[in-house]
Design a protein around this ligand. Sequence first.
Ligand SMILES: C[S@@+](CC[C@H](N)C(=O)[O-])C[C@H]1O[C@@H](n2cnc3c(N)ncnc32)[C@H](O)[C@@H]1O
Length: 234
Amino acid sequence: MLNGLSEDKGQRVRRMFDAIAHRYDLMNRAMTLGFDQSWRRLVVEKACPLADERLLDLACGTGDIAALAAGRYPASQIIAADFSGNMLKEARRRFPEAVITWLVCDANRLPFADGELHAVTFGYLLRNVGDVKAVLAEVHRVLAPGGRVVCLDTTTPRGLMAPLVKLYLTAVVPLLGKLLAGDRAAYSYLTGSTMNFYAAEDLAALFAAAGFESVGVRRLMCGSVAVHWGEKAK
Ligand SMILES: C[S@@+](CC[C@H](N)C(=O)[O-])C[C@H]1O[C@@H](n2cnc3c(N)ncnc32)[C@H](O)[C@@H]1O
């Protein structure tokens, strides 16, 4: 979406990630009690690019998903993109040897022709964008028929554990943000964007509405995190 609202949110989000890039990984590990890498491995397994196929990790941040993909599928072409220069700088610093093409770009306007990619992954992108449907449409456009999309994100907690998860998100996460990243506001934003984001089944419906088939979802971490996947029609 290119209207004023989305542009504003984009600029704010980019500035925020530019500011926390140097502490992002430490916070990630602490907030998720170290489980975050296992979720990214699941994303990479689901994306499963074949030899010579092109996988784009969108909103790559400090590069974990792209680096896991490059290690797991050395015969595939791995591209990693983000609109935060500082997050990308951190990614390149962390993975200097990885065979990855790093790219600065906005998820709303991908610099790829229709059908050019075989898999697109993204971790924690969608709750940061102004228009989820527009980003899913853009991802669908750049995928080849049969191409896979895999998404990792937080999701509105439901069920018995929901009150505990909400307490963790509202009290513990902003405090950790203050102590470890020196930025309580950025992590209060994370809490807010998680609580106000789609429930996993509603996000799955948006993937289907964007044209993806065989849409599936797996909930993780007491239902506070979910991996969604789908396929572009062959
Ligand atoms: C929470 S971080 C996730 C990083 C990484 N995927 C991971 O698994 O840790 C979100 C990333 O999305 C990027 N981002 C947010 N909106 C974006 C957009 N419209 N286009 C490109 N990148 C975006 C931010 O710059 C940030 O690096």
